[in-house]
Design a protein around this ligand. Structure first.
Ligand code: FES
Length: 85
């Protein structure tokens, strides 16, 4: 799996979540934000999926809310613009 994240996925994140991609989001198991984002891009849609693919959230669970937020942002349908005819 490539470690590069396509810009179209990063644009789905609020600016504050686009920073520090190579810092550990899950400090208990030393899993970076980049690894979690790549797991979501690769099809993970739940915290359990992330757990299985990366081992994030398997420590004290203190990163679960952050992982849920990334899933929510990255799996949300892109907004559609409505045009009037
Ligand atoms: S920081 Fe991820 S389980 Fe504690």
């Amino acid at each position: 799996m490539s470690s590069e994240i396509d810009i179209k996925f990063l644009r789905k994140l609020p600016p504050v979540l686009r920073d520090n991609l190579d810092k550990n989001l899950c400090t208990c198991n030393e899993v970076t934000k980049r690894e979690i984002i790549l797991a979501i891009i690769d099809g993970a849609t739940t915290v359990d999926d992330i757990k299985k693919q990366t081992y994030a959230t398997m420590g004290t669970g203190c990163c679960i809310l952050q992982v849920e937020r990334l899933i929510e942002c990255l799996t949300a349908p892109t907004s559609k613009r409505f045009s009037r005819k």
